[in-house]
Design a protein around this ligand. Structure first.
Ligand code: NAD
Length: 702
C-alpha cells in the first residue's frame, strides 16, 4: 500500500490512516492514496464501514500550501471532487479525528457521515487567514451539519475550536475521553452501524431558514465589521453560507467554487499567503545553525514597572514563567503591579480567564527594588526611561549582579544597542527585545541583534518568542531598528502634509481608507506626542530625520502641553472616547508654515497616500540594502504585526511588489521635482529600489 496512506481492516471495518508527516497535508499523492483506499473498501464486500484517521498527533492540516499555484494543486482528484466521492459513498464513513483538523482536514471530516473526535482534538477552517474561503465544500457542509451561526463564526474567524466546543455546536457527533483507546472505540462504533440508514449525506440536508433569527447575516456582518474591515474573504464566506441556506447543495458548491476562485486570484490572497510564509522565514537567521543549543529560561526579571514593564511581565506570567519586576521604589512597584492585576481582573470579568488562573499568574509575579535579587535570573529585560545614561547605568548594575550566561535585554525603541551593551563586560549576552504597546496584546517582538550578540542568545530569544506567543522579526542595530526607523520618514511626511495644508482628519482618513488600523496623527495622539519630543531633546544629535519644519509642529504641540489623548488635546480634541477636529491646529500649522517658508495649498488624497506609504517603502529599501533587515518579508512582518498595516496588503514591501517598484520610483521622482529643495532632500529613491525597478525585479528577489 502507498506509504502516505495506510489501509488495513478490522473485521467489517476498513481503517484508512493518513500517514504523511508532518501534518498529513492533502497534497496530490495523499489525495490519490485516499481515493485508492476508498475504492478498495468499496470493492470489498466484507467491508461495511470505513474509518478515516491519521498516524501522529495531527488528523490533517489541510491542503498542501506548497502546491498552491502549481499544476499539482489541480491534479486529479482535486479536493472538492474527492470529498464529493466520499460523501456519495454507499458505505458509511467515520472521521476519527485524533488531533488537529484544519482547513481541508476539517472539510474531509465534514464530508464523512460521522465525526468522532478525541478529547484533545481541535477543528478549524483557517482559510480566511490566507485570504481564502474553504473551497472543498466547507461553506456548504458546515452550516448544514452545525447550523448557520457556528459556520459563520468558524469560517470568518479562522480560529479553531476544541473538541468539546465542536460537540456542543454539533460539528462532531461524539467525543472519546482521553483514557479510552480512541481508534478501538471508533472502530467498535463502526461495527454497530447497519448499512441501512447509516449514510448521512449533506447533499440531502437542508437548513431550516425559518428557525434562523431575523437579519442573521446582516447582524453578523455588523458584529465583525471592525475586525474584518477591508478584507475580501470574510465577506465571501458570509455570501457562501447565505447561499447554503437558499440553494440546493450542488448549486451551493458551485457558488462556493466561484467565490473561492475570486479570492484565490485576488491581491489579498497573494498578500496574506506571502505573510504566512514570511512569518516562517523570519525565524531563520542566515549563517546560524537553527540547532544551536539554546539557553534555559526559567526565571525572568523586568526592570521598570511602567507602561511597558507590566505588559512585558504578563507575557511571561501567561506562559507560566516566574517573573520579578524591579523598579526604583516601592511606590512605582505598587502602581505597576496594580496595573497588571487590573488587566487580569478585567480579562476574568470578560470571561477570558478564571479567577483561579488570575491568582495562579499573580502568584508567579514577584517584585523588588534590590538588584542583588536578580542574581539567579536567566533573562532580564530592561524597560526604563528612554535615556542612554539611564539605560547604561541599569546595564552596568546588571553586569555586577547577574550570573554568567544570563541574557540581558533592552526594550529600547530607538537607542544604540551596542552602546548599551558597552556598559557591560559581556556584550555578547546583550540583545534588544522590542515589545510593542500594549505589550501583553501586540503580537510583534522585534529582536535586535547587536554587533556582538552571541548566536545562542539570538536563537534562544527566537524560541522564547514562540513560548510567549509573539511573532518575531530580527533587526540589525540602527536608529529605531526596522519599525521605528521606517516610521520616522512616514511620520515626517504625514505631519509635513499638515503643514502644507492638509488637515489631520484628511491625513488620517486617507491612511485608514488604505487599510491602516490608525492614521498617523491619531496614532501619535494615542502614543503621546511628548514621547518623540523627549527623545529628540535627549538625543537631538542622533535623531534620525532632522526636518525642522516637521519637528516644529510636534514641538509646538508639546510646548502647549497638548500631548494627545492623555491630556485631552493633541492633533484633535478628546472628550472621553470621542475626538473632534480642532481648528486651532490648522491655525498653528498655517503660522508655522509661514515661519518655515512652506506654501500652503489644497492637497489631494492621492498625494497624501503616495508621500506617506511610499516613504515606508523607500526607507524599507534602505534598511534592506544596509542589511538591517535580512529579507523584505521581515519588514512586512514588523509592519503588519506591530504598526497596524493591513495584512491584506501584505506589508509595505509586498504592496510595493504588487503595484510595481517602478510606480514607486516614478512617484518619488515626481515629488522630488515638485517639492523643490525639500523634495531633493527627502524624495531620492533608495539605490536598491531604483536598481530593482530598472531590472524589472521585486523586493522578493533580494
Ligand atoms: P514608563 O515611563 O512608563 O516606565 C518606566 C519605568 O522605569 C518607571 O516605572 C520608572 O520608575 C522605571 N525606572 C526608571 N529608571 C529606572 C532605573 N534606573 N531602575 C529601575 N527602574 C527605573 O516608560 P515606558 O513607556 O514603559 O517605556 C520604557 C521603555 O520601553 C523605553 O525604552 C521606551 O522607549 C520603550 N518602549 C515604549 C513603548 C511605549 O509605547 N510606551 C513601546 C515600545 C518600547
Amino acid at each position: 500500500m502507498n506509504t502516505v496512506v495506510n489501509y488495513e481492516t478490522n473485521d467489517t471495518i476498513a481503517i484508512i490512516t493518513l500517514n504523511s508527516p508532518p501534518v498529513n497535508g492533502l497534497g496530490h499523492p495523499v489525495r490519490q492514496a485516499i481515493q485508492q483506499a476508498f475504492k478498495q473498501a468499496l470493492a470489498d464486500d466484507a467491508i461495511k464501514a470505513m474509518v478515516i484517521t491519521s498516524s501522529g498527533k495531527i488528523f490533517c492540516g489541510g491542503a498542501d500550501v506548497r502546491e498552491f499555484g502549481s499544476p499539482l494543486a489541480t491534479a486529479d482528484p482535486i479536493l472538492p471532487e474527492l470529498f464529493n466521492q466520499l460523501e456519495a459513498s454507499p458505505k458509511p464513513i467515520i472521521a476519527a479525528i485524533n488531533g488537529l483538523a484544519l482547513g481541508g482536514g476539517c472539510e474531509l471530516a465534514l464530508a464523512c457521515d460521522y465525526r468522532i473526535a478525541h478529547a484533545s482534538a481541535k477543528m478549524g477552517l483557517p482559510e480566511v487567514k490566507l485570504g481564502l474561503i474553504p473551497g472543498a465544500g466547507g461553506t456548504q457542509r458546515l452550516p448544514r451539519v452545525a447550523g448557520v451561526e457556528t459556520a459563520l463564526q468558524m469560517i470568518t474567524s479562522g480560529e479553531p475550536i476544541s473538541a468539546e466546543q465542536a460537540l456542543a455546536n454539533g460539528v462532531i457527533d461524539s467525543l472519546v475521553d482521553k483514557d479510552s483507546d480512541f481508534l478501538q472505540t471508533v472502530t467498535d462504533y463502526g461495527k454497530t452501524l447497519g448499512m441501512e440508514g447509516a449514510v448521512k449525506s449533506c447533499a440531502n440536508l437542508s437548513i431550516d431558514t425559518q428557525a434562523l433569527p431575523d437579519n442573521v447575516f446582516d447582524d453578523f456582518r455588523k458584529s465583525i465589521a471592525r475586525k474584518t474591515r477591508g478584507f475580501l474573504a470574510p465577506e465571501c464566506a458570509i455570501k457562501a453560507v447565505e447561499a447554503a441556506c437558499r440553494t440546493p447543495f450542488n448549486e451551493g458548491l458551485l457558488f462556493e467554487k466561484e467565490l473561492f476562485i475570486q479570492c484565490l486570484n485576488s491581491p489579498q490572497a497573494r498578500a496574506q499567503q506571502y505573510l504566512f510564509f514570511a512569518a516562517g522565514a523570519a525565524t531563520k537567521v542566515p549563517g546560524i545553525d537553527p540547532k544551536t543549543p539554546i539557553r534555559q529560561i526559567k526565571q525572568v526579571a523586568i526592570i521598570g514597572s511602567g507602561t511597558m514593564g507590566g505588559g512585558i511581565a504578563m507575557n511571561f506570567l501567561n506562559a507560566g514563567i516566574e517573573t520579578t519586576i524591579l523598579d526604583l521604589n516601592a511606590e512605582a512597584l505598587t502602581r505597576g503591579l496594580g496595573v497588571v492585576r487590573k488587566n487580569y481582573d478585567f480579562s476574568a470579568k470578560r470571561g477570558r480567564m478564571t479567577e483561579a488562573q488570575v491568582e495562579e499568574r499573580m502568584a508567579l509575579l514577584k517584585s523588588t527594588t534590590d538588584y542583588s535579587d536578580l542574581a539567579d535570573m536567566d533573562l532580564v529585560i530592561e524597560a526604563v526611561f528612554e535615556k542612554m545614561e539611564v539605560k547604561k547605568a541599569v546595564f552596568s548594575a546588571l553586569d555586577k549582579v547577574c550570573k554568567p550566561g544570563a541574557i540581558l535585554a533592552s526594550n529600547t525603541s530607538t537607542l544604540d544597542l551596542d552602546e548599551i551593551a558597552s556598559a557591560t563586560s559581556r556584550p555578547s549576552d546583550v540583545i534588544g527585545l522590542h515589545f510593542f504597546s500594549p505589550a501583553n496584546v501586540m503580537k510583534l517582538l522585534e529582536i535586535v541583534r547587536g554587533e556582538k550578540t552571541a548566536d545562542d542568545v539570538l536563537v534562544t530569544t527566537l524560541k522564547l518568542a514562540k513560548t510567549i506567543r509573539k511573532i518575531p522579526a530580527i533587526s540589525g542595530n540602527c536608529w529605531g531598528f526596522i519599525g521605528n526607523r521606517i516610521l520616522e520618514p512616514y511620520a515626517r511626511e504625514a505631519v509635513r502634509l499638515i503643514l502644507e495644508g492638509a488637515s489631520p482628519a484628511q491625513v488620517d482618513k486617507v491612511l485608514t481608507d488604505f487599510g491602516l488600523a490608525m492614521g498617523l496623527p491619531s496614532m501619535i495622539d494615542l502614543a503621546g506626542i511628548d514621547i518623540g519630543y523627549w527623545v529628540r531633546q535627549a538625543e537631538a544629535d542622533k535623531y534620525y530625520s532632522q526636518d525642522p519644519a516637521y519637528q516644529a509642529v510636534c514641538d509646538k504641540l508639546c510646548e502647549l502641553k497638548r500631548y494627545g489623548q492623555k491630556t485631552g488635546r493633541g492633533f484633535y480634541i478628546y472628550e472621553g472616547r470621542d475626538k473632534k477636529e480642532d481648528p486651532e491646529v490648522m491655525e498653528l500649522a498655517a503660522e508655522l508654515a509661514k515661519q518655515h517658508g512652506v506654501t500652503q495649498r489644497d492637497i489631494s488624497d492621492q498625494e497624501i497616500l503616495e508621500r506617506t506609504i511610499y516613504m515606508l517603502i523607500n526607507e524599507g529599501a534602505q534598511v534592506l540594502e544596509e542589511g538591517v533587515s535580512y529579507r523584505s518579508g521581515d519588514i512586512d512582518i514588523v509592519y503588519c504585526n506591530g504598526y497596524g498595516f493591513p495584512a491584506y496588503r501584505g506589508g509595505p514591501m509586498q504592496y510595493a511588489d504588487e503595484i510595481g517598484l517602478q510606480t514607486v520610483v516614478d512617484s518619488l521622482e515626481k515629488y522630488r521635482e515638485s517639492l523643490g529643495e525639500y523634495g531633493e532632500q527627502w524624495f531620492k529613491p533608495a539605490p536598491l529600489l531604483k536598481k530593482l525597478a530598472s531590472e524589472g525585479k521585486s523586493f522578493k528577489d533580494v
